[in-house]
Design a protein around this ligand. Sequence first.
Ligand SMILES: Cc1ncc(COP(=O)(O)O)c(C=O)c1O
Length: 427
Amino acid sequence: MNSLYARHRAVLPDWLALYYDRPIEITHGEGRHVWDADGRRYLDFFGGILTTMTAHALPEVTKAVAEQAGRIVHSSTLYLNRPMVELAERIATLSGIPDARVFFTTSGTEANDAALLLATTYRRSNQILAMRNSYHGRSFSTVGVTGNRAWSPTGLSPLQTLYVHGAVRTRGPFAGLTDERFTEAAVADLEDLLGQTRSGVAALIAEPVQGVGGFTSPPDGLYAAFRRVLDRHGILWISDEVQTGWGRTGDHFWGWQAHAQAGPPDLLTFAKGIGNGMAIGGVVARAEIMNCLDANSISTFGGSPVTMAAGLANLGYLLDHDLQGNARRVGGLLIERIRAAAAGVDTVREVRGRGLMIGIELADPVSGHAAPEAASAVLEAAREGGLLIGKGGGHDTSALRVAPPLSLTVAEAEEGAAILEQALRSL
Ligand SMILES: Cc1ncc(COP(=O)(O)O)c(C=O)c1O
């Protein structure tokens, strides 16, 4: 046990999980690579949980942060803040939400908490629909809408949550159905559920592609079909884009656009990638919903000038370099390489995903049961080979997660896939 690990264990909570039998300390990064304290270099296919969105040590972001820090680090939401207004304007336009207002927070948890506050206040109801296998954050309100019990440590909640089918294709009563039949079954389930509630459910909160849940997603269009039902009841739709936003899925800038027939969601939450590691989260809603609170509110740190400067530089780089297009092209190649690598490995049940958001689900080939030990073994073997990836999935953490920075090159995709192939074959 290295001494930093021992000190971590002694002073930090037990539930703050670390990756790897011998956890690593990442000391610096550049592009799509990071280095550990022993000087070992890794190809980073997890980006600090999908947060290093463009690249490590991106000069444009570093410069913007340094320049802003040299001017002023903090002023609070009590004063006009130019970088905050500018980033809000850009995000409002990009969101697709009409008459959009933006509120900045410091994390995805806090963004979803704000969205829940808005939706429940607007609808005067504490009933929420959430998807099974979901993850929306670590606060008291967000664990109350998190369907994945491995990440929801308490059943006590200020909300009454009803969990809906539809985000997981490989297990549950609708496993194995075609896209069309699956959507019909999930919609019928939603209708049935709503038939049993008191009137006035506030909102549905859903990740277009479930992140912590193992990069699972419904058939395209499912949330549009849900929306038609929700609209009949006046129920709002909150799209949690904390992992799916900013073009990561390649085909779309936002995950909700895979369900675009429904139009934009009523509320959209974001975090992770926009700050490239600086703490930015936020919620977008049309003015009528955003302004429904009739008490004052502030966020001391939300929208701080330094984080906003980073967000503006990062977003500018992403758009100028069409990193969404890169995610589509290089992600398409990467998933093909991973599919080929997995072809002869009978523990791989499914390779799924879109853009640079790729999940590899592992299961025992004989029993069909989830194989979390195999997932841990591949994670370790990949690290030995010089590749960092993530884990996720249901209650059993049996899916590997691949989500590199969006500037990934073809050569790096090939190199990472080759390391992953070795790791999978080591099973
Ligand atoms: C979809 C989703 N929502 C919300 C969160 C919470 O974000 P944060 O960890 O920044 O609080 C996460 C974090 O992984 C997430 O994946």
